[in-house]
Design a protein around this ligand. Structure first.
Ligand SMILES: *Cc1c(COP(=O)(O)O)cnc(C)c1O
Length: 479
C-alpha cells in the first residue's frame, strides 16, 4: 500500500505495478461523439467501444490481469471433465473462504440464478443491504421480492459514515418478526454497488450472522466486490488493523453461510462460483450446474480463465494489489469535491460516483438526471460511464416511473487499468461540464424494453441541448 507525499505536500496514490502490455486508444472529435451517442440511443451500453476513449462503464471483466495470471493461463488443463485447473481454483477458494463445497458458474448473475431458483419461493421476501440489478431480477423471476434495509445514511450521498453498506440491525430484527417463515435467506453485498461501492463492516457481518443463526435463516454473502471491501476493513476498522487481508477474509467467510462471487471482479478474470458448507443445498444446486452452466469442473468458464481466477484471488490477499482501486477513487473524488462537483462521499470502491440529482437539479427526475449526465459526459470527453438511477429501475406495478432514491453517474475504475494523467483528464472534463451544467437537459424514452431496460433501451433528448453543449465545448477549447 503506497500513498506517497510529494515535496510540495501533495498526497499521491502511487501505482505498485508497471505496464507490460498496452492497447492503443483513440479520442474521436466531439462531433463524432455526438453522432455515436445518438446512434446508441443515448445509452452508453450501446456505444461501440471503438468510439470510446476511456471505458469507465464497469469493472466487470475489464480489470487488468497480472503477468502471473497470464502465465497461469498457459498451464490450463483443458478438458471437459475432471481438469486439474478446477481443483487448483477449488483449493485456492478453500484458503480464502474455507467452505467444504465449491460450484462453478460462468459469472456472478449465474450464481444468483442458481441460488434463487433453488432457495426462493413465491411470496418470499429477501432482506438485504441493497439490491444489485441482476440479483433483484432473479429473485423476482422466482416470484419473490426484496426488502432493502441499509441504515438511512446509505442514501445520504454526502456523508462521512465509513460503512454505508451496513444492514440496519434493528430493521433486520423487525423484518424477521414481520416476515416470519417467508425469508429464504438474508443477503449482504460487499462493496455495495448501486449506492456507490460502499463497504460493509466485519462487525455488521458478525451481528447479521448471529441474528440469522437465532432465526435459523441462511446468510448469503455476495463477494463480487469483496476486494475493495477488504481494503476498507483493513484501513478503517479497528479490529482489523493488525490482521492480514487473508485473516480478515477468513473471518468474513466464517461468519456467513453461502458465498457467491463474480470473478469478473473478484479474481480479475471472468467467471464466478458459489462456496458453501450445507450438503443438502449443495446437492440441490449441483444438479442445475450442468444444465445451465456446464459440467461441474468448468461451469461455463474456460480452463484458462479458471487458472487466472485462482491466481487473481491469491493476489487479492495482497494489500498493495487491492489498494490501487480505492486510492485512485479517493483521489478523483477529493479533487472533484474541492472543485464543488457533487460526488458520493465517502469515496468507496469500484468507481467515482457523481451525484446526478445535485449536478442536474434543474432536470425533472422523470427525464432521467443520471442518464442525461452519462450522455452529456460522453459527448464532451469520450469517457463512457454508466447510469445508475431511474433508468436502471423497473416501472412500478401501476406503470408509473419508479424514481430512484439516488441518481448516480458511475465512473468505474477497472483495477490497474488507467494512469494518473487519464484520471486527471477525466477530472478536468467533469469540472468543465459542471460549470456548464445549465446547458444539459433531459432525455425521454424512444424504445423501452420490459426486462432490465437499462441494457438495451433507447432514449432521445427532449430538445437540441446536445448540439448547444457541443457548440460551447468547441468555443471553450478553440476547436
Ligand atoms: C457485477 C456484480 C454482480 C454480477 O456479476 P456478473 O459477473 O457481472 O454477472 C453481482 N453482484 C454484484 C455486487 C456485482 O457488482
Amino acid at each position: 500500500m503506497n500513498r506517497i507525499k510529494l515535496s510540495n505536500g501533495e498526497d499521491l496514490p502511487l501505482e505498485m505495478h508497471k505496464v507490460k502490455i498496452v492497447q492503443k486508444l483513440e479520442l474521436k472529435p466531439v462531433e463524432k461523439r455526438l453522432e455515436a451517442i445518438k446512434e446508441a440511443g443515448n445509452n452508453t451500453f450501446l456505444l461501440r467501444n471503438r468510439d470510446v476513449f476511456l471505458d469507465m462503464l464497469t469493472d466487470s471483466g475489464t480489470n487488468a490481469m497480472s503477468d502471473l495470471q497470464q502465465a497461469a493461463m498457459l498451464t490450463a488443463d483443458d478438458c471437459y471433465a475432471g481438469g486439474e485447473s478446477f481443483f487448483r481454483l477449488e483449493a485456492e477458494l478453500k484458503k480464502v473462504f474455507n467452505k467444504k463445497f465449491f460450484l462453478p458458474a460462468h459469472q456472478g448473475r449465474a450464481c444468483e440464478h442458481l441460488l434463487s431458483r433453488v432457495m426462493v419461493k413465491k411470496g418470499n421476501i429477501v432482506p438485504m443491504n441493497y439490491h444489485f440489478t441482476t440479483t433483484k431480477a432473479h429473485i423476482r423471476l422466482q416470484g419473490g421480492d426484496i426488502l432493502e434495509i441499509p441504515a438511512d445514511e446509505a442514501f445520504n450521498t454526502s456523508s462521512d459514515a465509513l460503512f454505508k453498506g451496513n444492514i440496519d440491525i434493528s430493521k433486520l430484527k423487525k423484518a424477521f418478526k414481520q416476515h416470519k417463515g417467508k425469508i429464504p435467506f438474508v443477503r449482504l453485498e460487499a462493496g455495495t454497488n448501486l449506492i456507490g461501492g460502499q463497504p460493509v463492516s466485519l462487525q455488521n457481518i458478525k451481528e447479521i450472522h448471529a441474528l440469522c443463526k437465532q432465526n435459523n435463516v441462511p446468510f448469503v454473502f455476495d463477494a463480487s466486490l469483496l476486494q475493495d471491501n477488504l481494503f476498507f476493513m483493513k484501513t478503517q476498522e479497528d479490529s482489523c488493523k493488525d490482521k492480514s487481508i487473508l485473516e480478515i477474509c477468513n473471518e468474513v467467510a466464517d461468519n456467513v453461510d453461502i458465498i457467491y462471487f463474480s470473478a469478473r471482479k473478484f479474481g480479475c478474470a471472468r467467471g464466478g462460483g458459489i462456496c458453501l458448507n450445507d450438503e443438502k443445498l449443495f446437492s440441490e444446486i449441483r444438479q442445475l450446474v450442468p444444465l445451465f452452466e456446464g459440467f461441474l469442473t468448468y461451469g461455463g468458464m474456460s480452463d484458462k480463465e479458471i487458472e487466472a481466477i485462482a491466481v487473481g484471488i491469491r493476489e487479492s490477499m495482497d494489500i498493495d494489489m487491492i489498494s490501487q482501486g480505492p486510492q485512485f477513487i479517493k483521489f478523483m473524488t477529493e479533487e472533484l469535491k474541492k472543485a464543488g462537483v457533487p460526488v458520493v462521499t465517502p469515496p468507496g470502491g469500484l468507481g467515482c460516483h457523481l451525484d446526478a440529482k445535485a449536478f442536474l437539479s434543474h432536470i425533472d427526475p422523470e427525464n432521467f438526471q443520471a442518464g442525461s449526465l452519462a450522455s452529456a459526459f460522453y459527448i464532451i470527453s469520450g469517457v463512457r460511464g454508466m447510469e445508475r438511477g431511474t433508468i436502471a429501475e423497473e416501472r412500478n406495478k401501476d406503470g408509473s416511473e419508479c424514481i430512484a432514491k439516488i441518481e448516480l453517474l458511475r465512473l468505474a475504475l477497472p483495477r490497474r487499468v488507467f494512469t494518473m494523467s487519464q484520471i486527471k483528464f477525466t477530472i478536468d472534463r467533469i469540472i468543465w461540464l459542471h460549470k456548464n451544467r445549465d446547458l444539459i437537459d433531459g432525455l425521454e424514452w424512444e424504445e423501452e424494453p420490459e426486462i432490465l431496460r437499462f441494457f438495451l433501451g433507447r432514449l432521445k433528448p427532449v430538445n437540441d441541448w446536445q448540439e448547444r453543449l457541443v457548440e460551447k465545448f468547441k468555443q471553450d477549447f478553440d476547436l
